[in-house]
Design a protein. Structure first.
Length: 86
């Protein structure tokens, strides 16, 4: 999954959120984990009727469902605005 501006990330919204995060983790060195186990099997198109992750995070305003590990000792929850900037 390419992340440079010439080849932006394209996500299949029929995949589960867990799968999407796993794909993103290949580019982000496994820094993202799903904090809320209940959302792991959600599919963006079926369960939210939306087509991209930005809309997904807007839909979940101020809910902290994904955490970012910066190191083995440092665990930080990011806001949806911060997640969109990744």
């Amino acid at each position: 999954m390419a992340t440079d501006s010439a080849n932006p990330v394209v996500l299949d919204d029929s995949q589960t959120l867990e799968y999407i995060i796993e794909e993103l983790n290949q580019e982000l060195n496994n820094k993202i984990v799903i904090s809320d186990e209940e959302i792991k099997d959600l599919r963006l198109s079926r369960d939210y009727g939306i087509k991209n992750l930005q809309t997904f995070f807007q839909h979940l305003q101020n809910q902290y469902l994904i955490s970012i590990y910066h190191s083995s000792d440092d665990h930080v929850y990011l806001s949806n605005e911060e997640l969109r900037q990744l």
